[in-house]
Design a protein around this ligand. Structure first.
Ligand code: AMP
Ligand code: GLY
Length: 434
């Protein structure tokens, strides 16, 4: 079976690396891929949003399964497009992921909030504004308690959420978003929601629409600087599992959030197939949804997958066959710590093409290197090609050791201007007993 993975980050390298472990997989292609995926797959130069080219490539190369790893193709309807093509041609190519309707859980904050409302899923109270009711934003801000959480409705490359306690600033920002299209079409609508006090955690599941398996919990470190300071990034590191996410907490997430989400979409005739990422706030041990994502996270995948004792290819194949409940999934009891090495200047402007010297390697047991923004040039030389360059994951018997090992391994990778956070996971040590 030939497979096409869409995307170019360390998450995609992790998918590629673990899928390739199944000897029955045929050729793996990654579009566009990176300097790491080229060691376990063939990189192809196709834009994942050019669905017609994706389809043509699959036909020409006997690809039977497409795995979109990031949200853009899913929200833009790649699953519906491929299904339509299958119907009109009689060919059967499987695109793994939710359809465009279900992908609105990530693609529209307003859709997600409405959906949670009608399915009694715990989340912060909110109201949506657009150009028709923008005049009433001020009176709404007077009703709620700061800080104010302002969210552009659509996809805004992780930049669409602003939190401020200054009412005037909030008012000005909402006006900027709606009337001056601060985030383009994505901010035609703005959700204003109550601030949730707590600690963030994400829970990941794979589902065929009815059955699901929990893949794990993870905590992501979004800000560029230590102590969660500075601008947001795609994620600077992750820990999995999260020590406070005990079985009681996970049970609450399943009962109050995951099951009603899957049932709600099934009832709306658009069952969710694929990976569901629940971005949660733990408020005194009660989970609330901050956001849904309709795909795995990056770097959360790099922390979660090395702990999974499962054949990833079999797991993926169980989605369209609606047999997720037949797959046995075990977890490595060790803790995973992932640290992202990034380019100087990231998340702002950064240089590309800088040679990377990697004085360590994945051993398939407790050390994994997943390439993100890298490219392989002549003589097997790896150079930087993006902001988040390489993710290092280390497993160890406890969190403290996993943190130390990931820091030590990260320091064995060098390139001019390299930066990584030295505090990934430190905040979670207070929740552990070792
Ligand atoms: P989102 O894109 O919705 O995940 O929001 C980005 C970040 O804003 C989250 O990771 C949280 O740190 C923060 N955030 C979002 N919604 C809330 C909320 N209701 N209360 C507190 N923090 C929030
Ligand atoms: N690390 C956050 C995300 O993948 O959205």
């Amino acid at each position: 079976m030939n497979l096409l993975i869409l995307g170019s980050g360390a998450r995609e390298h992790a998918f590629c690396y673990f899928i390739a472990k199944n000897p029955s997989v045929g050729q793996i292609y990654v579009a566009p891929g990176n300097g790491g995926t080229s060691s376990c797959a063939v990189n192809v130069n196709i834009n994942p949003l050019d669905f017609e080219s994706v389809w043509n490539f699959c036909i020409a190369n006997d690809v039977s399964t497409i795995l979109p790893c990031n949200e853009d193709p899913l929200v833009n309807g790649i699953v519906d497009f491929i299904q339509h093509k299958n119907m009109t041609t009689g060919i059967d190519i499987r695109a793994i992921g939710p359809n465009a309707y279900a992908s609105q859980l990530e693609g529209s904050k307003d859709f997600a909030k409405n959906f949670m409302d009608r399915n009694n899923i715990p989340t912060a109270k909110y109201k949506t504004f657009d150009e028709n009711n923008v005049h009433s934003v001020e009176s709404y801000l007077d009703e709620i308690t700061p800080p104010y959480v302002l969210k552009a409705d659509g996809l805004a490359a992780g930049k669409g959420v602003v939190i401020t306690s200054d009412k005037q600033e909030a008012l000005q920002l909402v006006n900027e978003m709606i009337l001056n299209k601060m985030f383009g079409e994505a901010s035609k609508k703005v959700v204003i929601e109550n601030f949730l006090q707590g600690i963030e955690i994400s829970v990941f599941a794979i589902t065929d629409g009815v059955n699901y398996k929990i893949l794990g919990s993870a905590k992501d470190y979004k800000q560029i600087f230590e102590g969660d300071k500075g601008p947001n990034t795609g994620g600077m590191g992750a820990i999995s599992p999260v020590p406070f996410a005990d079985s009681d907490f996970i049970q609450k997430v399943e009962d109050r959030i995951l099951k009603p989400t899957l049932l709600g979409l099934e009832n709306e005739n658009n069952p969710f197939q694929g990976f569901l990422f629940l971005g949660l706030m733990n408020c005194n041990n009660e989970p609330y949804v901050i956001e849904y994502n309709v795909r795995m996270g990056d770097p959360e995948t790099e922390a979660i997958f090395p702990r999974l004792k499962v054949d990833l290819l079999n797991l993926l194949q169980a989605i369209p066959e609606k047999k997720i409940d037949h797959v046995e999934l075990f977890y490595d009891q060790r803790v995973a710590a992932t640290v992202y090495l990034v380019s100087e200047g990231y998340p702002g402007e950064y240089p590309k093409g800088i040679p990377v010297s990697i004085n360590t390697e994945s051993n398939g047991d407790d050390i994994f290197l997943f390439h993100g923004g890298t490219k392989q040039i002549e003589n097997n030389q790896i150079v930087t090609n993006g902001g988040r360059v390489l993710a290092v994951t280390c497993l160890a018997n406890n969190l403290n050791e996993a943190i130390e090992k990931s820091q030590k391994t990260a320091s064995l990778i060098a390139f001019q201007g390299v930066y990584f956070r030295k505090d990934i996971g430190n905040d979670l040590l207070t929740y552990t007993h070792n």
